[in-house]
Design a protein around this ligand. Structure first.
Ligand SMILES: Nc1ncnc2c1ncn2[C@@H]1O[C@H](COP(=O)(O)OP(=O)(O)OP(=O)(O)O)[C@@H](O)[C@H]1O
Ligand SMILES: [Mg+2]
Length: 243
């Protein structure tokens, strides 16, 4: 295997939390690799450590032990400022509860990601935001506020916001968890299409088995450990499939 095909790698990743006298292990030795352009799904029951794992990869938290390497850089060694820069510039986050700003219009929510990156040109921000909203199927709804959009549409805005900065990596924490089944399926399909079109590496964590049908590989996480990896070769959109 060529190492430069690996974009995300964790080595013996441990994250524990002090809880009075005891130590709770949210992650207990996770070795995990995601290939460039891959759609990886981490599936596991509540409490398995999914959000904890995503927080390490997405630049929100540090491991107690072990390393997180993204594109050859050991991000778990970064100081707080560098980790914040990494998260802002290289990672698109999508959350279960969308986390979009109620007082901003759809396009302004998307544009915020560009403003955070220091882009000042309003015309550029607006045109890039409109373009990406079109891509996620929200053409004509750019001026709406979140309260004027359905749950599925709000999640599309959140996905657009993650995509607009062309991140190396998109990480999604239960992106369909707060949607009805049909809307959730549509969002899962959209995520899949975008992954194919843009070639963006995608890591989705979920306890919802229906999203796994779109993934290249499914990692089963249980009690802080990867139990099993399933290769879904029929889905694979990247050429070198490994078993
Ligand atoms: N800040 C924290 N302090 C103490 N324990 C924590 C903390 N964050 C997570 N844990 C514990 O770590 C374990 C894993 O939590 P995590 O949130 O990663 O699970 P999850 O797989 O995302 O679950 P869910 O599907 O319910 O979102 C749980 O037992 C949880 O209680
Ligand atoms: Mg979680």
């Amino acid at each position: 295997m060529m190492d430069n095909d690996v974009i995300v790698k964790t080595q013996d990743l441990v994250r524990s939390f002090e809880f009075g006298e005891t130590e709770v292990f949210a992650l207990n030795g996770v070795d995990f690799e995601v290939y460039r352009g891959e759609f990886a799904c981490v599936l596991g029951p509540s409490g398995a450590g999914k959000t904890t794992l995503l927080n390490m990869i997405g630049g929100i938290d540090y491991p107690t032990k072990g390393r997180v390497i993204v594109d050859g850089e050991t991000i778990s060694d970064y100081n707080k400022d560098d980790l914040n820069d990494y998260r802002r510039d290289s990672v698109g986050w999508v959350f279960q509860f969308f986390n979009i700003v109620a007082s901003l219009r759809a396009w302004e929510n998307v544009g915020l990601a560009l403003e955070f990156q220091g882009i000042k040109d309003k015309n550029e921000i607006k045109s890039r935001s409109y373009d990406i909203l079109k891509k996620v199927g929200l053409e004509g709804k750019e001026l709406r506020f979140p309260s004027q959009l359905s749950g599925g549409e709000q999640q599309r805005v959140a996905i657009a916001r993650a995509l607009v900065k062309k991140p190396k990596l998109i990480v999604a924490d239960e992106p369909t968890g707060n949607l009805d089944f049909v809307t959730g399926q549509k969002i899962a399909e959209l995520i899949r299409e975008l992954n194919k079109e843009e070639g963006t590496t995608l890591i989705v964590v979920s306890h919802d088995i229906s999203i796994t049908q779109y993934a290249d590989r499914v990692f089963h996480l249980r009690m802080g450990k990867i139990e099993k990896i399933e290769n879904q070769i029929s889905n694979s959109n990247y050429k070198k499939v490994r078993v």
